[in-house]
Design a protein around this ligand. Structure first.
Ligand code: PMP
Length: 431
C-alpha cells in the first residue's frame, strides 16, 4: 500500500477513535452519576473510597434507596390477594416491575419473567424443574469450565439425582470458549448447555448467540447466566434466542435478595413447579393441588415485592443513562486499566480474551492475592481476592486465586491511577 493512503487510513482511524472517545465521554456525566450514589462519598480509613468490587455487588443509586423507603412508608402490603388500596398498589407496582424487566431484556411476554432470590436461586429453579422433566439416566449436561459455582453445583446435584453426567467445556488459556470444542462435546445425549454471558472472574464476553445457534441445531436447550452481563452490555433474549436467562438484582444497582429468571413460555409451561406453597396454586384440596398459571406457578410464598419494585427503579435508572453509553464508557475504563496495570513489575493478567468487559483479574509474581488486597484496602481501594466462586478456573491456571478489579460506570480513570499507584507501593513493600 502506498504511504499516502496509509497516512490517510491512520488519520481517519485516529479521528474515528477520537470521535468514539468524545461520544462516550459526553454521554456519561460522571460527576452527576457519582453524586447519585451516596456511598461513593464515604471515606475508608480516612481516604476516599475507590470501589472496584462491582463484580461482587454494585452500589445503589439514591433512586433505588428512595424507592425502598417509598414502598415501606407508603404502601407496604402483601400483594396479589388483597382487596384494599395498599395491597392493590403494591401489586400494580410489582407487576409493572415485571414489565420493566421484560422490556429491558426484550422478552416476548411478561409471564416469561419469574422473580427469584437471585441468579443462584434462578439456576437452581431451572436445574431442578427442567431436570425433573427432561433429564434422565446417562443424559449429558454441558457446563463451561468458567462458570460461577452457582452455574455448576446445581447441575452436579441434578446429575447425581438423575444419574446423568456433567460434561466440562474447557476454555483456552486466554479465557475463551471455542465453538469447535463445543461441537465435539455435543452428543445425542446432550440435553442442555449452561454457560455464562460474561465470566465474573475473567471478564470474557462469551459468543452466546453462536452457542445457542449450534445447540438448537441439535435440539439442545441453553441456559445463559447473565449475572455478570446485564449491567454491562445490551441483553436481548429474543435476539440471542436463549431458552433460559438469569441475573441478580444486586449486581445491576438494585437491592439484594431479588433476581430474575427468564424462560421461554412453552418450556416454563411444561416444567413442574420448583417449590410448593401459597401463590403458586390454583386450587388446593387436602388430596391434591392444581397449579397457578405463569409466572406465579414458579413464585411460591410471599414474593419479595419491595425489592422487585426497587429493582425496576434501578433498571429505569440505568436505561435512562443508556446501556450502550455505559458499555462504551466501561470499555474505555477497561482498556485504560489494562494499559496502566501491565506496567506493574511482575503483574500477570488472568483472562486475556479478545472480547471482555469490566473485569481485570491478575496476580503479581511472588505475592499472594490476599496480601495485595489487604494492603490496597488500607489505601481505601476495595478489590476482591481469591477464587471468586470459580474454583475450576483457578484449577485451570494452577493458581489459588487472583486479585480482581471490577468496574462500574461510576468509576473513573483517576481511580484506576490510584490503583496503579497503590500496586506500585505494594510491589515496593515486598521487594
Ligand atoms: N453467576 C455469575 C457469573 C456471578 O458473577 C454471580 C455472582 N457473583 C452469580 C452467578 C451468583 O449470583 P448471586 O450470588 O447473586 O445469586
Amino acid at each position: 500500500m502506498q504511504a499516502k493512503y496509509l497516512d490517510k487510513i491512520i488519520v481517519t482511524f485516529v479521528l474515528e477513535l477520537n470521535k468514539e472517545l468524545i461520544t462516550s465521554e459526553m454521554s456519561i456525566d460522571i460527576q452527576k452519576i457519582r453524586s447519585d450514589f451516596p456511598i461513593l462519598a464515604e471515606k475508608i480509613y480516612n481516604k476516599p473510597l475507590v470501589y472496584f468490587d462491582n463484580a461482587a455487588t454494585t452500589q445503589k443509586p439514591q433512586v433505588v434507596l428512595d424507592k425502598l423507603i417509598e414502598v415501606y412508608t407508603k404502601y407496604n402490603s402483601n400483594i396479589h390477594r388483597g382487596v384494599h388500596f395498599m395491597s392493590n398498589k403494591a401489586t400494580v407496582e410489582t407487576e409493572e416491575a415485571r414489565n420493566v424487566v421484560q422490556k429491558f431484556i426484550n422478552a416476548n411476554q411478561s409471564c416469561e419473567i419469574i422473580f427469584a432470590r437471585g441468579a443462584t436461586e434462578g439456576i437452581n429453579l431451572i436445574a431442578q424443574s427442567f431436570g425433573e422433566k427432561y433429564i434422565f439416566e446417562n443424559d449429558e449436561i454441558i457446563v463451561s469450565e468458567m462458570e460461577h459455582h452457582s452455574n455448576l453445583v446445581p447441575w452436579q446435584m441434578m446429575a447425581q439425582k438423575k444419574k446423568a453426567k456433567v460434561i466440562k467445556w474447557e476454555f483456552t488459556d486466554a479465557g475463551e470458549l471455542e465453538l469447535d470444542t463445543l461441537k465435539n462435546l455435543i452428543t445425542s445425549k446432550t440435553k442442555i448447555i449452561a454457560v455464562n454471558h460474561v465470566s465474573n472472574s475473567l471478564g470474557t464476553i462469551n459468543p452466546v448467540k453462536e452457542i445457542i445457534e449450534i445447540a438448537h441445531q441439535h435440539n439442545i436447550k441453553v441456559l445463559i447466566d447473565g449475572a455478570q452481563a446485564v449491567q454491562h452490555i445490551k441483553t436481548d433474549v429474543q435476539d440471542m434466542d436463549c431458552d433460559f436467562y438469569v441475573f441478580s438484582g444486586h449486581k445491576i444497582y438494585g437491592p439484594t435478595g431479588i433476581g430474575v429468571v427468564y424462560g421461554k413460555e412453552h418450556l416454563l409451561e411444561e416444567m413442574p413447579p420448583y417449590q410448593g406453597g401459597g401463590e403458586m396454586i390454583e386450587n388446593v384440596s387436602f388430596e391434591e393441588t392444581t397449579f397457578n398459571k405463569l409466572p406465579f406457578k414458579f413464585e411460591a410464598g410471599t414474593p419479595n415485592y419491595a425489592d422487585t419494585i426497587a429493582l425496576a427503579a434501578a433498571i429505569k435508572y440505568i436505561s435512562e443513562i443508556g446501556i450502550d453509553n455505559i458499555a462504551a464508557y466501561e470499555s474505555e475504563l477497561l482498556h485504560y486499566g489494562e494499559g496502566k496495570l501491565k506496567n506493574i513489575p511482575g503483574l500477570k493478567f488472568i483472562g486475556t480474551a479478545k472480547n471482555k468487559t469490566s473485569v481485570i483479574s491478575f496476580n503479581i509474581d511472588g505475592l499472594h492475592s490476599y496480601d495485595v488486597g489487604m494492603i490496597l484496602d488500607k489505601m481505601g481501594i476495595a478489590v476482591r481476592t481469591g477464587t471468586h466462586c470459580t474454583e475450576p478456573v483457578m484449577i485451570h491456571y494452577g493458581i489459588t486465586g487472583t486479585v480482581r478489579a471490577s468496574f462500574a460506570f461510576y468509576n473513573t480513570k483517576e481511580e484506576i491511577d490510584k490503583l496503579y499507584d497503590g500496586l506500585l507501593k505494594v510491589v515496593e513493600m515486598f521487594a
